[in-house]
Ligand binder design. Sequence first.
Ligand SMILES: CC(C)(COP(=O)(O)OP(=O)(O)OC[C@H]1O[C@@H](n2cnc3c(N)ncnc32)[C@H](O)[C@@H]1OP(=O)(O)O)[C@@H](O)C(=O)NCCC(=O)NCCS
Length: 169
Amino acid sequence: MNFSTFNQTAEEFEEISALISSHLSEPYSIYVYWFFLNTWPEYCITVRLENDPKLVGVIISKVEKHRDVRLRGYIGMLVIDPVHRGKGLASKLVEMTIERMIQIDNVDEISLETEVINKGALKLYESLGFMRTKRLYRYYLNTHDAFRLILPITEKSMKRVAFLPALGT
Ligand SMILES: CC(C)(COP(=O)(O)OP(=O)(O)OC[C@H]1O[C@@H](n2cnc3c(N)ncnc32)[C@H](O)[C@@H]1OP(=O)(O)O)[C@@H](O)C(=O)NCCC(=O)NCCS
């Protein structure tokens, strides 16, 4: 398998948005893809077979301040082509993203949301240490609830926001 960072071409942008829109229940506009891929290309990792250029998986993420006191990584989208599921590709993409977020941005925590009925995704993330912190009522357009999951990285992630100084002070 070949794991690469988004190459910032229009062709790959099309491929990524097509793979995601055909396998995620939530419909995203082209602006959402553009927002992630244009601002944080380093956090878009693709996977292809060695002998076949077809895109088989992708993860898209970002890193931003959370309430001005912590740096929070956020995994926005993760999809593996159904033919290639069950081979550890999603786990590898999530692990690579966690490593990058620590190395590049020294994040305090990493968060994401997933549908409460998505047992496979919940098992995948929880096996990597993510914990359920909130249930978000009718979070998705299909009316399904979501769980918000967080992976704490630094001590800051375990302190209440009110007890933390603003970033940069
Ligand atoms: C969820 C998804 C990304 C998993 O991709 P994958 O490459 O098959 O996942 P992995 O092979 O890395 O699985 C790692 C672990 O996750 C869990 N897991 C993954 N899919 C599962 C499923 N369908 N049922 C139960 N557990 C599952 C297992 O614990 C698995 O470890 P194991 O194989 O040792 O038991 C893939 O099914 C997908 O693209 N689904 C549609 C989009 C989606 O739901 N994305 C996540 C939304 S946030």
